[in-house]
Design a protein around this ligand. Sequence first.
Ligand SMILES: [Zn+2]
Length: 317
Amino acid sequence: MSYTFEIYIADGQEHFLHGPAGHIKHTHYPLSQSVLEWMELDVKPIYDITERLQTDLQQLATEKIKRLEKPIMEGLALLNSYHPYFAYLRLEWTERLKQARQQAYVNMENMLASDELIQLPKTLEKTQKQLRVLWNDVLDVDVADEPIQGKLSRFYTASSNSSPRFAFGSLQLRYALMEEGTFTEVLKVRSLLDMPDFFVRECLRRELPFRICKNCGRYFVLSRNKNAEYCERPFAIPTKTCKEIGALNQWERKKADSPALKAYTREYKRRFAWIRYGKTTEDIFYQWAELAKLNRDACLRGEITVEAFLEWLKMDM
Ligand SMILES: [Zn+2]
């Protein structure tokens, strides 16, 4: 084999060493991030890409022409853009295609039969279900606040439990000194599922606390702030994270309760009614409303006191 795909944990980070010999890349993410993303990954595009890959692979198997490798490599690169674990499939298939080419693509049919790549979307959906149940029953701090080992053994032994349970496999590990200066277990990835398996064990071993984000509904790890209610993923508007949106929502809630806003709303309605009674004109009213809004916001920002604002509201204009 002429490529490396290894993962390990050091300094609270997931590390990935991957690439063809001589071009090994090192990427890292916060611990649990890749497995959470795997759990939440949208399967729809994965179905589309693997379906097309299957067609392309079969075409190559039939026609045995080198240029037909190109769309396959593009499909694998596209797949990789959805999740870092797919980098493994990309490397593995680059290697397989190289071997197939050397043998004039004669044994490609065997290579494709029940392959991991073809089974991928189904496997993904299945593990997603298993992981969600595991997260809910064992790793979610809001479900039952008790030691993880107790929850875990009950989860795996309860005969009444008919929910899909994640099956741990056997992993090929070595224990080595890595460049972070830490001796740690290093996983040699031999199948896609080795990766969630490896990281899930670590989440359990470290008893990491997880919670469902109040904004996006996805799990996130509670790191510094154990009371956090929002994750820090980018949400919808890519420049805002759930945490920032959560802070905004909280500000909106606090603002709605503030005496300045209540007084403003009351006064606005009162003066708006004056237009109908001919006590004021629309022009005068809207001029007042503009100024009132400026003063209200200054008050909400703490630039003028609530008392001063209430006084101002009483003034005639
Ligand atoms: Zn979120």
